[in-house]
Ligand binder design. Structure first.
Ligand code: GDP
Ligand code: MG
Length: 162
């Protein structure tokens, strides 16, 4: 029974996580990466970049008509961001929970936003919100060859030998 997951097969899902400019400037990158590693997810893509307004307009296409959109663009282009692709079982749903409510005032303690931020306009991190959104956003932010498949040195001990 320990050897396989046949009743709940693990899904190899991927999602986009972005440490926003305030997160980079406040030196929170390491602590955010640590949370995803600690949870058990696998890092399959990572880069630091300055976002263009064009990329942002595509990323936030549903928000372009919102009154706060100009502020959002200014915020997201105010410095470099760290863009990550994380892989693992139900990573999209789990990472949304780890990131917490959009408005930090409503985010639970223990979430990234609940632990590190105060205001919706500076909420430190982005996480894709659905399988369709994750696929769209990963294709937008990463070239195909930037996302890697790789094996864990400990996978044979922790997953298969026990
Ligand atoms: P998310 O998926 O939790 O990031 O939330 P949304 O997709 O609804 O919004 C995208 C981002 O826009 C949020 O993370 C905030 O940074 C920003 N945002 C959302 N609502 C507001 C708002 O009312 N005011 C401002 N200034 N920014 C907002
Ligand atoms: Mg969103």
């Amino acid at each position: 029974a320990y050897r396989n997951f046949s009743s709940h097969p693990p899904e190899k899902e991927r999602t986009l996580i972005v440490v926003k400019p305030d997160g980079v400037q406040r030196r929170l990158v390491g602590r955010i990466v640590q949370r995803f590693e600690q949870r058990g997810f696998k890092l399959v893509g990572l880069k630091l970049l300055q976002v263009s307004e064009d990329l942002l307009a595509q990323h936030y296409q549903q928000l372009r008509s919102k009154p706060f959109y100009p502020d959002l663009v200014q915020y997201m282009t105010s410095g470099p961001v760290v863009v990550m692709a994380w892989e693992g079982h139900q990573v999209i749903q789990s990472s949304r929970k780890m990131v917490g409510h959009t408005n930090p005032a409503e985010a639970q303690a223990g979430t990234v936003r609940g632990d590190f931020s105060l205001h919706v306009s500076r909420n430190v991190v982005h996480a894709s919100d659905s399988p369709e959104g994750a696929l769209r956003e990963l294709q937008l932010w990463f070239q195909g060859q930037e996302l890697l498949n790789w094996d864990c040195v400990d996978q044979f001990i922790t997953c298969e030998d026990i």
